[in-house]
Design a binder for this molecule. Structure first.
Ligand code: ADP
Length: 489
């Protein structure tokens, strides 16, 4: 049979749903995006209407499918915002409440109580996660505590599962390892839903989806939604999908996404590394039956510091112009920015810290402050990178980068200089979608082997080599760390 030409990917993100069609060479041949409503019922609460999630996703799917012959679609891969969770009635498909989004803090007190009890240690040991409202478990407990519907009638899922269930008209209730590992209900060592945790949060096991490799025959899209019997062959959480999209399948391979915040993930192979530096341990997206492990660390304020320069300070008109402004001065003239607007994440973990601009003199100009802001993204990523090296006992020579701010050449070069490691940006920046494109293609036979993927993935990337003398980078990092210490004080 003649090989089909394309794979369709659905990327359900926090603020928008996207659909991208790739050809066999990894080129984007069609793309559509639709934003949907963010719901903030109270301070710190964040919700999405599950109907908005579904409709916006179907809308962009149909938009891209207008642009190519549908018969040429080989299969579908789905990637999604992680941890966000939905509970719905299995007979009617109707959600019992809005989706509770990963950012939502409504169960923070529940998590504090678990910590007081010392139960966070049990949770970390089983799930690799810190006890936090961010993850799905306490959100599900809140949903079940606040409904009158009978638990026997209900099922639940993260966004991948919800989309899959609807795309297959209720035939497939499944998820993958990467998504399951972010629920705080999944034992990452036994690779099963953890009975003790389910008991603790009052969640019947019958409500949960079955868990599979990220590459798997997840079901066929319902004829009424999309004719032609198109198979869904991959599911993966967005960050793990991006790691796979950089072809980081080897132990020690690493990627950093420079978005609003920064998300760094490192593949640690078959070892579930216990972190001494506050990093999380999760499951990677993988085409193998048994997934490998990742270490994950995030920086809360990444590209957001550039938005702050633009929107709050009015120092720049657009984000891209920070590149030329930073290059117009040889250094920051001793200015350091610590953008701890919402505390500091890994490896500092201080929620009380607040932002600081230090080292100001009469000679400090706008250019120095703009440059210090960009450098702060690189310094914070450096701190997570070193924590990963320490925890894994691996020395890393190369880091893959993606996300909006990785378009900034000054930032990428400075990052390479500070890390003393090469920073690599891909030709096609859609790493998240690429991850499920690869995973789906491996399952369906679109790709014969990982070798096919390696060939298209390396094509046309940009490599930033470290150029700064080591003494200089060490001195700069020391000064940065002094600034952080002041901020944490
Ligand atoms: P998200 O997925 O978190 O919304 P994106 O990957 O779209 O983020 O990246 C957007 C972020 O990157 C914004 O915070 C923006 O300020 C920053 N950004 C985008 N382009 C640039 C650039 N050329 N230089 C510096 N920062 C940038």
């Amino acid at each position: 049979m003649q090989k089909k030409k394309y794979i369709l990917t659905l990327d359900q993100g926090t603020t928008s749903s996207r659909a991208i069609i790739f050809d066999a060479k990894g080129n984007v041949v069609a793309k559509a995006q639709k934003e949907f409503k963010q719901i903030y019922p109270q301070s710190g609460w964040v919700e999405h209407d599950p109907q908005d999630i579904l409709e916006s996703q179907l809308d962009v799917m149909h938009q891209v499918l207008w642009q190519v012959p549908k018969e040429e679609i080989d299969s579908i891969g789905i990637t999604n915002q992680r941890e966000t969770v939905i509970v719905w009635n299995k007979h009617t498909g109707k959600p019992i409440y809005n989706a509770i989004v990963w950012q939502c803090r409504r169960t923070a007190k529940m998590c504090e109580d678990l910590k007081k009890e010392g139960y966070d240690k049990v949770i970390y040991k089983k799930t690799g996660l810190q006890t936090d409202a961010y993850f799905s478990a306490t959100k599900v407990k809140w949903l079940l505590d606040n409904t009158k519907e009978k638990k026997e009638d209900l099922i639940l899922g993260t966004v991948d599962t919800y989309l899959l269930w609807h795309l297959t008209k209720g035939k497939s209730h499944k998820t993958d390892y990467s998504n399951a590992s972010r629920t705080m209900l999944f034992n990452i060592h036994t690779l099963e839903w953890d009975e003790e945790l389910l008991g603790k949060f009052g969640i019947p096991k019958t409500m949960l989806p079955t868990v599979h490799s990220s590459s798997f025959d997840y079901g066929i899209v319902d004829e009424n939604l999309l004719g032609g019997g198109i198979k869904i062959c991959a599911l993966a959480g967005d960050q793990q999908a991006a790691l796979y999209g950089h072809a980081c399948t080897k132990k020690g391979s690493i990627k950093n996404t420079y978005g609003t915040g920064c998300f760094m993930l490192m593949n640690t192979g078959e070892t579930a590394v216990t972190s001494k530096n506050g990093l999380l341990t999760s499951l990677a997206a993988s085409a193998d039956a048994k997934p490998c492990y990742v270490l994950e660390g995030s920086v809360f304020i990444g590209g957001a510091v550039v938005q702050w320069l633009r929107d709050e300070l009015g120092m720049v008109k657009t984000a891209p112009e920070t590149e030329a402004i930073s290059e117009s001065v040889p250094d920051t003239n001793g200015v350091y920015m610590v953008p701890a607007f919402v505390g500091m994440g890994a490896p500092y973990w201080n929620s009380e810290a607040r932002g600081m601009l230090v080292g100001l003199t009469r000679g400090a100009r706008r250019e120095h402050i703009v440059r210090a802001c960009l450098e702060s993204i690189a310094y914070q990523s450096h701190d997570v990178f070193r924590a990963m090296e320490k925890d894994s006992s691996l020395k890393i020579k190369e880091m893959n980068a993606d996300g909006g701010a990785s378009n900034n050449k000054f930032l990428m070069q400075f990052q390479a200089d500070i890390l003393g490691a090469e920073v690599v940006t891909p030709k096609v920046f859609e790493s998240t979608a690429k991850g499920v494109f690869y995973l789906a293609g491996l399952k369906s036979g679109f790709f014969k082997s990982f070798g096919d993927i390696k060939k298209i993935n390396c094509h046309g990337e940009t490599i930033y080599k470290p150029k700064m003398p080591k003494e200089k980078s060490q001195r700069l990092i020391k000064e940065w760390q002094k600034a952080v210490a002041k901020c944490l004080d």
